[in-house]
Write a protein that binds this ligand. Structure first.
Ligand SMILES: CC(C)(COP(=O)(O)OP(=O)(O)OC[C@H]1O[C@@H](n2cnc3c(N)ncnc32)[C@H](O)[C@@H]1OP(=O)(O)O)[C@@H](O)C(=O)NCCC(=O)NCCS
Length: 142
């Protein structure tokens, strides 16, 4: 079966961020901290968001981008519920988000990630190079 067939029952929604509680649950499913208190604020500041919902309307995937509005856009999160990983949903989230930004003229896309996820970004077409991030709020986990 092709991956596109495997995700045909998934609904991808551009914009209209999900319920904060659903996103917190999704983050926790991959071992990330909740960030429940500040999502409502950052939702307004993301340039593009894409949410993936299962047939029973559960949030199972999410990504967000911030952009300079001219050339660069940065992926903030790419998350797929572990029960649904390996079905092409992550790549679909990334591809759809890039499509939206490209239509606005953005051409340079950036992502930081743990080393084990490098093959995912390579599969999504990214050129792998050095990168780093600094978290000055150490109590907050990705
Ligand atoms: C990384 C993540 C988003 C991938 O989502 P996914 O839906 O499982 O990925 P896809 O099924 O769309 O995979 C697309 C391609 O990447 C490859 N891939 C995905 N994760 C991979 C991994 N950890 N190692 C090697 N290859 C991987 C797949 O094999 C596939 O390649 P193919 O089409 O050539 O077979 C998901 O594993 C996840 O949510 N991880 C936890 C959160 C995280 O670390 N996010 C990334 C950093 S922000």
């Amino acid at each position: 079966m092709k991956k596109t067939d495997m995700i045909s029952e998934i609904t991808f929604q551009v914009g209209d961020p999900p319920a904060v509680e659903a996103l917190v649950r999704l983050r926790e499913s991959v071992g990330w901290g909740g960030w429940s208190g500040d999502y409502a604020t950052v939702f307004e500041r993301y340039s593009t968001t894409v949410s993936a919902y299962s047939a029973d309307e559960e949030l199972i995937g999410w990504t967000a981008l911030v952009s300079d509005g001219v050339r660069h856009a940065f992926f903030v999160d790419v998350i797929v519920d572990p029960l649904h990983q390996g079905r092409g949903i992550g790549r679909e989230l990334v591809t759809r988000a890039i499509d939206v930004e490209q239509a606005r003229g953005i051409s340079l896309f950036h992502a930081d990630f743990a080393k084990e996820n490098a093959p995912f970004y390579a599969a999504c077409g990214f050129t792998l190079c050095g990168g780093a991030y600094l978290d000055t709020a150490c109590s907050v986990t990705r």
